[in-house]
Every structure is written in structure tokens, then in C-alpha cells.
Design a protein around this ligand. Structure first.
Ligand SMILES: [Zn+2]
Length: 475
């Protein structure tokens, strides 16, 4: 079945078809690095990583661009609070952001343009909008003339002008309360750049119109961000870009990620309920947070709970143990290689799980529908491997783990091809575990527990069942 995507612009679930065959051009609004990256940001970026990975799994090539808003009111305000040079703020928090997305195994976008490095292009774009009659100068600032653009409100479905009001602090300068700034006249003590209209800096929305088209062209496939960006940010981006390029639609699919809430409330400074990602990393591995953030349907709001993370941890550990178990079977020499009578039935169930996995992802990347297949797979594979494992079954299971992990992205450390040295190491650990097993069977628990604790010291964790022990290396 074909992949279907919910498009905010049309409000419909549509069959996905990129403008250029096989190549998907995707722009995701990046961070304004003025404070710590929190779990709401982590959700949005993990979701766009899921989208990119699934498109790649389906055979598309994805060209992924994400901006960094390294100059903005929030950054200037923060620098004043910290009494630091303004440049220090985006530098520090961009580093943190990149560290976090790397730990979350989010594929790094191919281009990450910064506003401060695109001033010339931004000024050119604004000049063009003035020439075409879509923008005007007032008090040294430039504003977009919303009345000149007839489609305003089509993304956010706001039909009435009263719903368009924005940037109230400059009401006196604007012709209409819903016009928005493209260029802001410099205020004393604030960073500024030269322009034909005097010194100043760009408004927030113009950067995304400029930098997305610079790299992706005048029309592209996916533009995404959090749900809170629909109005005014994305609405304004459409107005600027469709006015400037004279194309419609500027972007084919608009994708928005739902809110991440805490006890049903939006995270905010005033409520004091913001959870920075580094706080979660103190208690849980990035893989666990990633798996948790992937577990719901991206358009639905997600209410963050520590219990939910605990559940994700259990699933993550089961996935790791299964992977290690299969690896062990595949490297054992005395495992039967002959196809047994029961292989057909096992392969049939695996194939049905695999089909369900793809079908639910094809349905608008719906992970809430996909996760039950992951659970079903882990339970089934564990059951199958428990009794007399054979090579061809282990092979089927391993191939599906790899395929699934292209999207889940939590088992990479356990799926790297082993070197000869690692192979030897695995055999040595297998031997130690075998020796311990002998002590266990002889009920010499003192010795077996001592071996367990010595192995734990070097990061080898053991899991005992009635008559078997499996192990994983904790990284
Ligand atoms: Zn943007």
C-alpha cells in the first residue's frame, strides 16, 4: 500500500508523492538556541527523524535542511539576563542541542543554515518583496503587507482578520494590526546588520523562506515543525514565499507534531514544568527516551510520564536481549542449519508482523499502531528461540530486527558488525557464562553470584532464566 501523509494545508490524508521522483526535499524549522533543549523539542526532532528514516527505508533519498535561529529577541533577552555577549548564547545552546540530537540518534540534517550567515540573501528577498508590492517601510523597519496576499490564513484556517493579529508591540508602526516584520530597525545596545533601510536585523519568519528556498529550491515537498508554529510562523512563511516566487503551493506537504504535555499542561517557564533533556539522560539512556518519544502517533498530544519511560525501558531491554540472543545463535557452530518442519509456520507469523509494521507506518507514520507489532515480534521471537533454536529462524529474526531498527534507531550499538577481536571477546564471555552456569546447576550460588558481580563490573549484564543465561554488554 502507498504511504499516506496528513497535510495540514489541505486537512487531508494524502498519498505521498514527491515533486521530483525518488527525491524528497524536507525542511524542518530548527531551534532558537537560547535555553536548554527540552523534551518537547526532543519529541519534534525525533519525529522528523522517524519520517526521514521511514522515507529512506521505502527507498526515497531525503535531502534534509534545518535552520538554526542564531539571532532573535529571545537570544538578546537571554544574553541580557546572563550579562553575556549575545553571540555566546546561541553558541552554547547550539552545542547542547547538537549533542542531544546526536545522542538521540537523530540523523544530522545535510544542511543546517544559520541566520547570521545568510544576511545578504535575506536582504535580497526583502528587497524583492518591496519591489513586488508585498512589503513597505515604516520607521526604519520593513513590514509584510498581508492585505496584498489573498491566500492569507489558508494553513491555519483562520478566515477572519481579527484572528490574524500579531506583533502587538509595533501596532503604531504597522498599516494593519496583522502585518508582520521582515526587518526590524536596530535598537540601542542590540546587534545589527547594515541594510538599504539602515541598521537592523531580520524578523523571525523571513529566515525560513530564504534559507529553505536557497537549498531546496522554489518549491519542495515537506515543511515541518511543532504544531505551535502553524500560526503565525508557517502562515507567514507561505505568504512571503508564494508572494516572492509566484508559486502555489510553495510546499506540497505541511507536517506538524502535536504538543508534549506534562500532566495535561503545556510546558512553560511560568508553570515551572519544563523538563530539559539532560535531566532525563541522568536517569535513562538516550535509546529509552527515543523509543518512548516514538511510541505515540505524532499528531496526537503526548502526555509525558516517568512511568511511560519505565515501560519504554522494559521494551528496550527486551529488544537488546533478543538481539544479543540471536547474534549468539548465529555465531554458534553447533546450531542446526537444516530447515525444520515448523519453519513455515514461524516464517508466516513473522511475515504477518512485518506486513503490519509497514502498513501502520504507511498510514501517516502512525507509531501508536506500529508499536503493538514491535511488542508482538519481541514476544514471538523470544518464544521461538527458547526451544532448540535453528539457524534459518535466527536469520529471519535478525533480518527483521535490522529492518525495524532502521526506523527505531535504538539498537545500533548492538548491530555493528563484529570485528575478529570482538568475536573472540564474545567467545570468552560465552565461556565464562558457561562455567558460571555449571556452578548454578550445582547450586553453588556463592560462586555464581561472585562471577555475576565481577562481570557486571566490566559492563556485562546477565539474565537468568530457569535453565539458561543470556548476557549483554552495557555501553
Ligand atoms: Zn521556520
Amino acid at each position: 500500500m502507498a504511504l499516506r501523509v496528513t497535510n495540514t494545508l489541505t486537512g487531508q490524508k494524502e498519498v505521498f508523492e514527491p515533486l521530483i521522483p525518488d527525491l524528497v526535499r524536507m525542511y524542518v524549522c530548527g531551534p532558537t538556541p537560547y535555553d536548554h533543549t527540552h523534551i518537547g523539542h526532543a519529541r519534534a526532532y525525533t519525529i522528523f527523524d522517524l519520517i526521514r528514516r521511514y522515507l529512506e527505508l521505502k527507498g526515497y533519498r531525503v535531502f534534509h535542511v534545518m535552520n538554526i535561529t542564531d539571532i532573535d529577541d529571545k537570544i538578546i533577552r537571554r544574553a541580557k539576563e546572563l550579562n553575556a555577549p549575545w553571540e555566546e548564547v546561541p553558541k552554547k545552546y547550539t552545542e547542547e542541542f547538537l549533542d542531544i540530537i546526536t545522542k538521540l540518534n537523530i540523523k544530522i540534517p545535510h544542511v543546517m543554515p544559520k541566520v547570521t550567515e545568510h544576511m545578504e540573501e535575506i536582504i535580497e528577498f526583502i528587497k524583492g518583496l518591496i519591489e513586488k508590492g508585498y512589503a513597505y517601510e515604516s520607521h526604519g523597519s520593513i513590514y509584510f503587507n498581508v492585505d496584498a496576499f489573498e491566500d492569507y490564513g489558508k494553513l491555519s484556517k483562520r478566515k477572519h482578520r481579527e484572528e490574524w493579529r500579531q506583533e502587538e508591540e509595533v501596532l503604531k508602526e504597522k498599516r494593519k494590526p496583522y502585518d508582520f516584520a521582515l526587518w526590524k530597525k536596530a535598537k540601542p545596545g542590540e546587534p545589527w546588520w547594515n541594510s538599504p533601510w539602515g541598521s537592523g536585523r531580520p524578523g523571525w519568519h523571513i529566515e525560513c523562506s530564504v534559507m529553505s528556498s536557497k537549498y531546496l529550491g522554489e518549491q519542495f515537498d515537506i515543511h515541518g515543525g511543532g504544531q505551535d508554529l502553524i500560526f503565525p510562523h508557517h502562515e507567514n512563511e507561505i505568504a512571503q514565499s508564494e508572494a516572492y516566487f509566484g508559486v502555489k503551493p510553495w510546499v506540497k506537504y505541511w507536517i506538524h507534531v502535536g504538543y508534549l504535555t506534562i500532566k495535561g499542561e503545556k510546558m512553560s517557564k511560568s508553570l515551572g514544568n519544563i523538563i530539559p533533556v539532560y535531566e532525563v539522560f541522568k536517569k535513562y539512556k538516550p535509546e529509552v527516551l527515543r523509543l518512548y518519544l516514538l511510541s505515540s502517533y505524532y499528531r496526537s498530544p503526548m502526555d509525558f510520564t516517568w512511568e511511560g519511560l519505565e515501560q519504554a525501558k522494559i521494551l528496550y531491554e527486551r529488544l537488546v536481549i533478543l538481539t544479543e540472543n540471536v547474534k549468539k545463535i548465529l555465531r554458534e557452530e553447533n546450531v542446526p542449519h537444516r530447515v525444520r518442519y515448523d519453519v513455515r509456520a514461524i516464517a508466516k507469523e513473522l511475515s504477518s508482523i512485518r506486513k503490519g509494521f509497514y502498513e501502520s507506518l504507511d498510514d501517516d507514520f502512525n507509531m501508536a499502531k506500529t508499536m503493538p507489532y514491535v511488542h508482538r515480534f519481541v514476544s514471538f521471537a523470544n518464544k521461538v528461540l527458547e526451544y532448540k533454536p535453528i539457524f534459518p529462524i535466527a536469520l529471519l529474526i535478525m533480518e527483521f530486527i535490522k529492518e525495524m531498527n532502521i526506523v527505531l534507531g535504538v539498537l545500533d550499538k548492538h548491530l555493528v558488525p563484529t570485528t575478529d577481536v570482538e568475536k573472540k571477546l564474545n567467545q570468552v564471555i560465552d565461556a565464562i557464562v558457561k562455567i558460571r552456569h555449571k556452578f548454578r546447576m550445582e547450586k553453588d550460588y556463592k560462586t555464581s553470584d561472585w562471577i555475576r558481580s565481577e562481570l557486571a563490573k566490566v559492563g556485562v549484564k546477565l539474565f537468568d532464566t530457569k535453565d539458561k543465561t543470556t548476557w549483554v554488554i552495557e555501553y
